[in-house]
Design a protein. Structure first.
Length: 109
């Protein structure tokens, strides 16, 4: 499911205008990005949290040059689903092995 698919689904369920729905979705995503880039987590009760995770400095490998490199400490955005959301997925989605997961079953926003 893509952002366009989500917009279409919302329009069909609410009867709202496409331009308004698209603006709401894009503003929602913009506000999450702004919050995370300013160091603030976003909590959506019953859905999950968009959080910032700290990654410590570590030693990695540059495979093509066969040398060790230092990967500096950094922060990354992450999503942590709520317990209710996690349980809903566990209950309703059959087991999908990593290499069998098709692009058709993923959602990109």
């Amino acid at each position: 499911m893509t952002k366009a698919d989500i917009i279409t689904e919302i329009i069909s369920e609410t009867g709202s205008e496409r331009i308004d729905t698209k603006k709401v979705i894009e503003t929602f995503m913009k506000k999450i990005k702004e919050s995370l880039t300013s160091g603030e987590n976003v909590y959506l009760r019953g859905f999950g949290s968009f959080i910032i995770k700290y990654r410590a400095e570590k030693l990695g490998r540059h495979i093509s040059k066969d040398i060790s490199i230092v990967i500096p400490e950094h922060n990354i955005p992450a999503f942590k689903p709520s317990k209710a959301f996690t349980e809903l997925v566990k209950k309703n989605v059959s087991i999908i092995k990593k290499n069998n997961m098709s692009k058709d079953k993923s959602t990109t926003i």
